[in-house]
Design a protein around this ligand. Structure first.
Ligand SMILES: [Zn+2]
Length: 209
């Protein structure tokens, strides 16, 4: 492994990513080497997990820095394949400070059975989202067909955003996983837990229909 010390990533940022990885792993949302996690750094830089590491057992060496177009700051280090989707969120939403991606059973199964969106309505946990004062509301998560060409996929995501009045707090890739962001890691984790809780409820509810 290439020696990247002294790390360009502040310790507090690294620890926030490592902690998020453990939390997602505890929930079983990042099996094998699935998922990726990032935090925005100042001056158009992003700290993100590298390809191929288990997110429940990350060390600072499993992280790297890219610019807002996914170019590695440290040549020779390979970013996660889906880095461009993180960068797309940071470019589109200047207020986004952290991005999470996970592969849960609920989001995988539901997205395979859905059209171009999943609506979550009437859940108490909707209050976890800014501007939602009551549970009498709904969140519509866009669902995109999965694509191994991540640049092309980011283009499709961007086009859908362009036509939306209100941008939802995340989106789902069909049969693949969810992307969620927040102003910082804590708020991204809260949104992810809220969305995954509601997706799991839908998953169980649909099984019994
Ligand atoms: Zn993925």
């Amino acid at each position: 492994m290439q020696n990247i010390s002294p790390s360009p990533i502040p310790d507090k940022v690294a620890q926030a990513i490592l902690g998020a990885g453990r939390r997602l792993d505890q929930r079983n949302w990042v099996p094998a080497t699935a998922g990726n996690i990032s935090i925005r750094l100042p001056e158009g830089r992003v700290a993100i997990t590298r390809s191929g590491f288990h997110k429940g057992q990350l060390s600072p060496e499993a992280l790297m820095v890219v610019d807002l177009h996914g170019q590695p700051e440290q040549p020779g280090l390979r970013p996660s394949a889906e880095t461009l989707l993180h960068c797309g969120v940071y470019r589109r939403f200047p207020e986004a400070g952290a991005v999470l991606h996970g592969h849960s059973i609920a989001n995988t199964v539901l997205s395979r059975a859905s059209g171009d969106h999943i609506t979550l309505a009437g859940y108490e946990l909707l209050k976890a989202f800014p501007g939602f004062a009551t549970h009498e509301a709904s969140v519509t998560l866009p669902v995109f067909d999965n694509d191994q060409d991540i640049a092309r996929l980011q283009g499709v995501v961007q086009d859908r955003w362009a036509g939306m009045q209100e941008i939802p707090p995340g989106y789902v890739l069909r049969g693949h996983g969810i992307y969620v962001w927040g102003r910082d890691m804590d708020s991204a984790l809260i949104r992810m837990e809220a969305l995954e809780f509601m997706l799991e409820c839908e998953f169980h509810e649909r099984k019994t229909r």
